[in-house]
Design a protein around this ligand. Structure first.
Ligand code: CA
Length: 224
């Protein structure tokens, strides 16, 4: 499970981050609205915890922009404004839930859990692109009906590509999203994994689906 915390107050951000990390979540933190929106729209999060009063761009505007890109993204608003009108504003703006500050981490955690239970099928069980398919329930992948035997890391990489077809995915983004690591320019872990994946997914077939964007990264795309 991966969660994004958008919170400018360092103490609150730290305790929420620690809390979710202890519960086994992978946690990203943004400390202003612009950075939060960037991560929210480029990353892949199971839930987003979004403060309302933020520098750069407030939570309302971030929420609105997230909704344009990701209508189904679960979002919980954190608000210090304990007024009915603000709560209503939050819910009509598309928040799935809200929590008034100050709050106990246990309550936030319970609400996030609850939200994830309510949206269990957000991540489709079956992903496909062109003649490539992945059945997540059975943990299987196939191309043109032929099963592809993938190592765990290759499976996660292919899953990520299938979730973002046609998008140019940078090495940095792949390293963060698939390996949960910060990319250092010298590391070729992404390139090595892509090469292995291509051997299985593309080499046996006439038309190639994984393409290199020189100096940038990779894209899953049918080109012929
Ligand atoms: Ca704040």
């Amino acid at each position: 499970m991966k969660i994004l915390i958008v919170e400018d107050e360092p103490k609150t951000a730290a305790f929420v981050q620690r809390g979710f990390a202890e519960e086994g979540f992978v946690v990203d933190v943004a400390t202003d609205g612009a950075d939060g929106l960037h991560l929210a729209t480029t990353g892949d999060y199971d839930a987003i915890v979004l403060d309302v009063m933020l520098p750069q761009r407030d939570g309302w505007s971030v929420l609105q922009a997230i909704r344009e890109h990701r209508p189904d993204q679960p979002v919980i608003l954190l608000t210090a404004l304990d007024a009915v009108s603000h709560r209503v504003k939050g819910l009509t703006a598309g928040a799935d839930d809200y929590l008034v500050k100050p709050f106990a981490f246990s309550e936030l955690h319970a609400r996030v859990r609850n939200l994830l239970r309510r949206t269990p099928v957000r991540r489709a069980e079956e992903l496909n692109y062109d003649d490539l398919e992945m059945d997540r329930a059975r943990h299987r992948a196939a191309r043109s009906g032929q099963p592809i035997d993938l190592a765990p890391q290759e499976y996660r990489l292919l899953e990520y590509l299938l979730r973002h077809p046609g998008e140019v995915l940078t090495r940095t983004r792949l390293a963060e999203q698939v390996w949960d690591m910060n990319f250092d320019g010298d590391s070729n872990v992404v390139d090595v994994a892509v090469r292995r994946l291509r051997r299985k997914v593309d080499d046996p077939f006439e038309h190639k689906l994984i393409h290199t964007i020189r100096g940038v990264g990779y894209v899953l795309e049918r080109r012929d």
